[in-house]
Design a protein around this ligand. Structure first.
Ligand code: KG4
Ligand code: ZN
Length: 355
């Protein structure tokens, strides 16, 4: 069995061909980082237009690598939620057109479930059931994952996503977009204990929620507090920049790992699967590994390339194929812009139940 998977939820246009053993037969990705870098973040309208240019070449490239034609596919799968509406629509329209042209069934992919499934693709072992932690530019959420497509929300961020905080703090420090890799690089020469930034919500064991906007503001005030009222980082020394980056990164990682441990405890589970761009962060990976040794749980984090957006994690479509869960051709996108907030509310209810 062979499935073509398409990803266009944010600023990466990607396609892959996977077989029923989750082997990757072809994988192609066109990144838009250089375009959005000019603006310090993703510009949705530009993202949609860039997807339009890249989508068919990327699909053709994945098929070419896999040495198969559309006719030889068993299904075509596409991410339809959550993400930027205009970006999702490009992938969905392309997938529908290909389904009609080649008379193939359509499968819908949930981008967040796919991020967790990256762990299933990367390792031989089946990690389910597990707690799923998804940390990306748009989401910071915890789920109880009974199976690959059976997710129950445990909690989420009440304001910024972790990746968003990385991107915004990087901008404050005059570091280029995307902020996560820039901060990680700057932090290598910094002291993580130089500044004692807050760890919001970490000590509130009753609620499985994140909050990063206060931490972001703390960084801003720290920069202003050292005599830079306009927050300009022009005069900041390289060492100060590295110290702020390292201290900020440390605080975010403490919150992410700490809440994941709390979620495992509340659910009585022994396995954690992490996905999303921030899971590529070296310090996060190290801290998560240390926690897994200390608290004795199994940790799955895919290699960095499978943490950031890609189409290989779309192999989750195999699970829907096996379950006979096909989508109709009137499938719509579900951007889910308020989803994290809904999840945060749901998380309060779930945390209360689990208490
Ligand atoms: O999952 P992803 O590629 O796209 C979304 O679904 O949002 O995540 C992108 C986010 C960006 O905010 C980026 O700054 C962050 O992941 N990121 C990182 C690292 N690499 C990417 N954050 C921290 N450290 C990294 N090494
Ligand atoms: Zn993502």
């Amino acid at each position: 069995m062979k499935i073509l998977t398409i990803e266009s939820s944010c600023d990466e246009t990607a396609a892959a061909v996977v077989d029923d053993a989750r082997r990757v037969l072809g994988s192609s990705l066109a990144t838009q980082i250089d375009v959005h870098k000019l603006y310090g973040g993703v510009v949705p309208e530009i993202a949609s237009r860039s997807h339009m240019e890249a989508i068919l070449p990327v699909v053709a490239d994945a098929l070419r690598q896999a040495e198969i034609t559309l006719d030889e596919l068993d299904a075509i799968a596409v991410v339809n939620e959550p993400g930027l509406a205009g970006s999702l629509l490009v992938g969905l329209a392309a997938a529908k057109a290909l389904c009609v042209a080649a008379n193939k069934p359509l499968i819908a992919i949930n981008h967040l479930q796919a991020h967790v499934y990256a762990c299933r693709v990367a390792f031989d072992e089946d990690p389910f059931p597990c707690v799923g932690l998804i940390i990306s530019g748009g989401h910071s959420s915890l789920y109880r994952c009974a199976g690959p497509i059976d997710f129950e929300p445990l909690g989420a961020t009440i304001d910024d996503a972790a990746g968003e905080a990385f991107d915004k703090v990087a901008a404050m420090l005059g570091l280029p977009y995307p902020g996560g890799p820039s901060i990680q690089r700057a932090a290598e020469k910094g002291d993580p204990k130089a500044y004692d930034f807050p760890r919001p919500m970490l000590n509130d064991h009753d609620r499985l929620q994140f909050s990063f906007s206060g931490l972001k503001t703390a960084v801003r005030y720290k920069l202003a507090g050292v005599g830079r009222v306009d927050f300009s980082t022009q005069k900041i020394s390289e060492q100060e920049r590295a110290d702020v980056a390292a201290s900020f990164q440390e605080a975010v990682c403490d919150c992410l790992v700490g809440k994941a441990v709390q979620a495992l405890r509340k659910c009585g589970m022994k396995t954690l699967c992490v996905g999303g761009g921030v899971a590529a962060n070296a310090r996060f990976r190290q801290k998560a590994f240390e926690a897994s040794e200390k608290y004795r749980f199994k940790l799955f984090i895919a290699p960095p390339k499978l943490c950031t957006d890609n189409a290989v994690m779309g192999a989750i479509a195999l699970e829907r194929y096996k379950a006979g869960l096909f989508a109709d051709l009137d499938l719509d996108v579900s951007p889910g812009l308020v989803r994290d907030r809904d999840l945060a509310a749901e998380g309060i209810r779930r945390s209360a139940e689990l208490r």
